[in-house]
Write a protein that binds this ligand. Structure first.
Ligand SMILES: Nc1ncnc2c1ncn2[C@@H]1O[C@H](COP(=O)(O)OP(=O)(O)OP(=O)(O)O)[C@@H](O)[C@H]1O
Length: 328
């Protein structure tokens, strides 16, 4: 449990500010002119296809890569100019991390605490508390080489957060974990957020990100294609299932004609006596759809709005980004 810990960070509302960030590897522009902020106390789900630039972006934020162009500030610190000061405020878990195999869990955590500059008299309690947070208290004297994959993953996360950073950056933290361990991790992330920490989590497991994320940042080919809050009902599009009591199957051409005048309403699919629509989050959009269908003569027997989940949002965003990319 982390309930006893609160993180007294400065009050500016955005902990990360990125302006015009570009990054190049030889022959590859991995990040292309990105600008965005990360709200303090948020949990940002960073998603995108393989090779989109997620790890590169996280490494730039963690002051582990030198940007080709642009500015990054974390907790008021310029990452390019004060990398060491930044490291004190950031906890970072790489997608491919290493552990000292011959050290015990206690020694690994102690080493991480000391290398992050914790005072000697604070180290022992930080180690105990971190082990408790990561459910490793009974493993403190176990040699890390003999830990299971999930336990190693938790130890690596423990090393990243032992100095109670303002910002915790986790690149694929749940890969290799079983469903129960993933759920425990999701609970831990929610607790850390409740205690005031800001998290940025890159993952391909969207159902899990949906459990604890407050913001969504989607990147594709080194560019941002979506950046928005998820934590209000009004932030997500709605999927509305409509059933129609008709002898013949729903005709998609007719339905498409009926909704054509409605801005932003999309017919996703029709099947037998049902149609699925995607409706923008504005309150009146749902009502406008129902009126158009009924006034158009469709004998609607059920009208079931359901909020889009993160997986559905992501697929929709990527589909639209891919279409735009193809047109250019
Ligand atoms: N060391 C490197 N040298 C050259 N190109 C690289 C290097 N590291 C990454 N890249 C390229 O930079 C781009 C972004 O890679 P990155 O690893 O950041 O993507 P990612 O979104 O994290 O992918 P994944 O989901 O597969 O982990 C890719 O085109 C990749 O091939």
């Amino acid at each position: 449990m982390v309930s006893a810990t609160h993180y007294p960070f400065s009050a500016a509302s955005d902990i990360v500010q990125i302006r015009n960030l570009s990054y190049e590897d030889p022959g590859v522009r991995a990040l292309n002119n990105l600008s965005f902020n990360v709200a303090r106390g948020s949990v940002t789900a960073l998603v995108g296809p393989n090779g989109a630039g997620k790890s590169t972006l996280l490494r730039c934020m963690a002051a582990l890569e030198q940007a080709f162009d642009g500015d990054i500030s974390v907790d008021g610190i310029d990452v390019g100019e004060q990398a060491r000061e930044c490291h004190r405020r950031i906890g970072y878990l790489s997608d491919f991390y290493g552990l000292y195999d011959s050290l015990s869990v206690r020694q690994c955590l102690t080493y991480a605490a000391l290398s992050q500059g914790l005072l000697k008299n604070a180290v022992s309690s930080a180690v105990e508390q971190t082990a408790q947070q990561l459910n490793l208290s009974l493993k403190l004297d176990t040699i890390s080489k003999t830990l299971s994959r999930g336990q190693r993953q938790r130890l690596a996360i423990g090393q990243a957060l032992i100095h109670t950073p303002a910002l915790l950056i986790l690149d694929e933290p749940a890969s290799g974990l079983d469903p129960e361990a993933r759920h425990e991790l999701a609970t831990l992330f929610s607790q850390l957020r409740a205690a005031g920490m800001t998290l940025i989590v890159s993952s391909h497991i969207l159902a899990e990100l949906d459990e604890y994320s407050t913001h969504l940042l989607v990147i594709r080919q080194g560019c941002i294609v979506e950046n928005r809050a998820l934590n209000s009902d009004s932030a997500r599009a709605e999927r509305i299932h409509v059933s129609v009591q008709w002898a013949q199957p729903v005709e998609s051409r007719l339905v498409a004609q009926l909704i054509a005048p409605l801005g932003g309403v999309e017919l996703v699919q029709t099947s037998a006596h049902e149609a699925l629509f995607l409706v923008p989050p504005e309150p009146c959009a749902r009502q406008a759809l129902l009126s158009a269908l009924v006034l158009g003569g469709l004998p609607v027997s059920a009208f079931e709005p359901k909020q889009e989940n993160l997986h559905q949002s992501y697929l929709r965003i990527m589909q639209s980004a891919n279409q735009k990319g193809d047109q250019q």
